[in-house]
Design a protein around this ligand. Sequence first.
Ligand code: 13P
Length: 254
Amino acid sequence: MSRIPVIAGNWKMNLLSSDAAALAKSVADAFAGLSGIECVVCPVATSLHAVSGVLAGSSVGLGGQNCYHEESGAFTGELSPQMLQDAGCGWVIIGHSERRKIFGEGDALLNRKLRYALQCGLKVMFCIGETLEEREGGQMDDVLKTQVVEGLAGLSEADFAGVVVAYEPVWAIGTGVTASPEQAQDAHAFTRGLVAEHFGAAVAEGLRIQYGGSVKPDNAAELIAKPDVDGFLVGGAALKADSFNAILSAAAQA
Ligand code: 13P
């Protein structure tokens, strides 16, 4: 089965709305000339409306960076999937390592968020990945297994149509140290194997697994060439049109 690569920009807590709109416009213009890949941008929540306006008529998707597992209520500071949809989103990132580490989100909570977002009709980029200590301590397989099995628990085969898994080794995020294509391929193949074991071979074969962690224009082509790398979740290099658009081009040419 051929999987359409999905390249997403996670803008994290950066850019005010006018800069976000300008960046989105540049990405949409570049993406209009490409084919064979999918593209999503994920601005901060306060820029979603502005970016959504810019993306109208373009096929670049819009995503939130987080959401809660309730529609509305006394959850100060949270956003529901319905609110993201109201702002124009079709996607949301759940389980980013910064949410896990800085905000203490664990697998059980992330699983609730994932299942509720899917139930509401959002597509989800669900992030997993090990720290350097875990990798060096030989715990990587166990960490990925727990994140996959507990994070994706309860999903049906149909649910997986709305799920992309992002493998983001924590040691590669924002460090300039990218996983080698071989390291990425090994982790992606291992993750796909876990999904096959727990959710079935057909689900695993169709599942898109993005790589994230210091993706740049000069390493995108060799990473996307690996058979189990089905796209990117890009942080720093997604904040500049030149570098993000070059990553899109590299993926479209693969
Ligand atoms: P960098 O591309 O800045 O390493 O960030 C990756 C990331 O965390 C994307 O979600």
